[in-house]
Design a protein around this ligand. Structure first.
Ligand code: PHE
Length: 330
């Protein structure tokens, strides 16, 4: 057989194999080596070059090469069609009775849950909800609240300054001033919001946190009303059996002032939960309320702190890391 006859016979057998191309990967591999393998038909063709005359050799070599390239590309095209088909078969053989991947639900952030809970308690006894600016001027954050220039709360270390006389509010008490500037008494509000302090970040303090401010102004408001409302609130939030105490304290914008502690059985000690007091007459003067007619109380509590005490969380930073392992527990 001449080289050309051999090529023709390989072509014939290749046509036949292509017509009955296997669908099984293993058989495709077998077919591939039948033609292109080390002992395949093409290897046989190249061997035949040995008996071809030197004159004919280059021409015959080129003919085999071109033929091989042609068949290879046809073969690969067919093979890739088949393996594409196989993918389809894989999909069709999906077992629909297998259990699916679990879909995890998001949950409401623990701080938001606490905030909602506190809001609902105060709303149920007649408080409205108000909001105020986080970027605040010196006057509303400090001066109008009777916090003089030299007060430690104004220290560069505690306050983030946006520019001279403009700060990120250090508490929600700034909204007391806005509310009283905008409205005539009586008024009764709670004010949730974000506050900022330039403190070293640790397990107990973060550069931002949340507070809820309370403000009630009316005629004949007394310290007894303040104690009554906070007592009611603490029992509803922490549970009926909670023991609390008022401890004398100082805030420039309330007089007298107190801090409220609750007894923590697990830690075996009193834990402070909020600051409060009777609105200082100087504050009423600043907003143009007649302090001989109007009296009021105010309080402010940290939402992180309330959440930590209620659920026994010991690191404030957990609220800000968005670690699902923490969040999914709520
Ligand atoms: N603003 C005070 C604080 O951030 C809390 C407070 C509010 C105290 C209202 C008294 C009255 O610590």
């Amino acid at each position: 057989m001449t080289i050309n006859e051999s090529i023709a016979s390989v072509r014939k057998s290749f046509r036949a194999d292509l017509d009955s191309f296997p669908s099984d990967q293993r058989e495709i591999e077998l077919l591939r080596s039948k033609y292109f393998g080390r002992k395949g038909l093409f290897a046989g063709l190249y061997k035949k070059l040995a008996v071809v005359s030197n004159k004919e050799k280059p021409k015959s070599g080129q003919a085999i090469n071109a033929f091989k390239i042609e068949l290879q590309s046809e073969f690969e095209e067919k093979a890739s069609l088949i393996s594409g088909d196989n993918k389809d078969t894989d999909e069709q053989s999906l077992d629909l009775s297998l259990p699916g991947f679990p879909i995890t639900n998001g949950s409401i952030h623990p701080l938001q849950q606490t905030l909602d809970e506190i809001k609902n308690i105060f709303k149920s006894v007649g408080f409205k909800v108000a909001y105020g600016p986080e970027i605040e001027d010196d006057y509303h954050n400090f001066e109008a609240l009777n916090i003089p220039k030299h007060h430690p709360a104004r220290d560069m270390q505690d306050t983030f300054f946006v520019e001279n006389d403009v700060v990120l509010r250090t508490h929600t008490s700034n909204v007391q001033i806005h509310l009283m500037e905008e409205q005539e008494p009586p008024l009764r509000y709670i004010v949730p919001g974000r506050v900022y302090r330039n403190e070293a970040v640790s397990y107990k303090s973060y550069c931002l946190f949340h507070q809820i401010e309370g403000l009630y102004v009316d005629k004949n408001v007394s310290m007894a009303d303040l104690k009554g409302i906070l007592n009611y609130f603490v029992k509803r939030f922490f549970g009926e059996g909670t023991t609390m105490r008022f401890r004398p304290s100082f805030f420039p914008f309330t007089e007298p002032s107190a801090e409220v502690d609750i007894w923590d059985d697990k830690r075996g000690k009193w834990m402070e939960i909020l600051g409060c007091g009777m609105v200082d007459p100087n504050v009423f003067d600043n907003v143009g309320y007649d302090s001989s007619i109007w009296h009021g109380y105010a309080f402010g509590m940290g939402i992180e702190r309330m959440t930590m005490l209620k659920y026994g969380i010991d690191d404030i930073r957990l609220f800000y890391q968005n670690d699902v392992r923490f969040l999914e527990q709520f």
